[in-house]
Design a protein around this ligand. Structure first.
Ligand SMILES: C[S@@+](CC[C@H](N)C(=O)[O-])C[C@H]1O[C@@H](n2cnc3c(N)ncnc32)[C@H](O)[C@@H]1O
Length: 263
């Protein structure tokens, strides 16, 4: 009897959700979700602002159409990356790097924007191409090996289709297996989309002395229910005085290196 009732409730909910979707409405949860990690609480985030500049940005829309089937990242976060590449262009010099490329969507978007605005510098796209690594006890939601359904060839193909001249693909665990060739480079922009605490930590340890003052790090998955490790890691970064940490409600955390702060 209990089972029939819950199945009936589930069925009614699905039909009501589909009917509202057909009318252009979305059903969202108002209740807090059960916590996955102590101290990290979750509820659906529903900002009230409506300004949507990506809708009228033709250059962005053209590129987004070409990359959207190669990314797990939504349009809001893609547009923020697009804008932050231009902000990083205000710094003098420095390359750009993404760790966590999967099928190349956000990496190609970043490289496209660079090329469009004539930003000097290489765009390094780093991935194991064998999925998430270093998942551990802090990473509720990840076990390791996720997102292995890609290849270097898939990313090369996308970069070729977009005619990207400065995208460089590096295969291997970053930084241990692929960081050596970049040891002497300096960076103005870094997108970290690796899903696991220890990977994020190792990347930032490597990157920080190479990040220019004013340089920007964007963490994907900050605040996502299944990415407790990234949320926890960024929260720890707040204790450091040489970086400004911004929680963006779209699921990004943005970190800016304080000019004049400790190297
Ligand atoms: C969520 S996917 C990236 C999504 C991608 N940015 C997009 O546009 O959808 C995470 C990727 O991080 C990669 N990865 C995780 N840890 C890594 C590490 N330490 N070094 C290199 N790649 C890593 C995985 O192989 C996986 O492809």
């Amino acid at each position: 009897m209990v089972r029939v009732n819950s199945q009936l409730r589930y069925g009614i909910k699905r039909i009501a959700t589909a009917a509202l979707k057909a009318l252009g409405c979305e059903v969202r949860r108002l209740k807090e979700l059960p916590p996955r990690m102590p101290g990290i609480r979750h509820a659906d985030v529903l900002p009230l602002a409506t300004y949507s500049p990506w809708l009228g940005d033709e250059e962005f829309q053209n590129v987004y159409e070409l990359i959207k089937h190669n990314t797990l990242v939504d349009q809001y976060r893609c547009y923020e990356l697009w804008q932050l590449v231009a902000e990083a262009g205000k710094l003098v010099g420095g390359d750009l790097i993404e760790v966590g490329v999967w099928r190349g969507g956000t990496g190609a978007l970043i490289a496209s924007k660079c090329q469009m605005i004539g930003l000097q510098g290489e765009v390094y796209l780093c991935d194991t191409f064998r999925g998430v690594v270093k998942a551990g006890s802090r990473d509720a939601g990840y076990l390791g090996g996720e997102h292995a359904d890609t290849s270097k060839a898939a990313v090369t193909g996308l970069c070729d289709r977009l005619n990207l001249k400065h995208a460089r693909i590096l295969e291997g665990i970053f930084p241990e297996e692929s960081g050596e060739s970049l040891a002497e480079r300096r960076f103005r922009f870094c997108h970290i989309d690796v899903d696991a605490y220890q990977s994020a930590n190792d990347i930032v340890q490597w990157l920080w002395p190479r990040l220019l003052p004013g340089g920007i790090i964007i963490y994907d998955d900050y605040g996502f229910y299944n990415c407790a490790g990234i949320t926890g890691f960024v929260n720890e970064e707040r204790r450091k005085t040489d970086r400004v940490v911004i929680h963006n409600l779209n699921g990004h955390a943005i970190v800016i290196k304080v000019p004049g702060g400790a190297m």
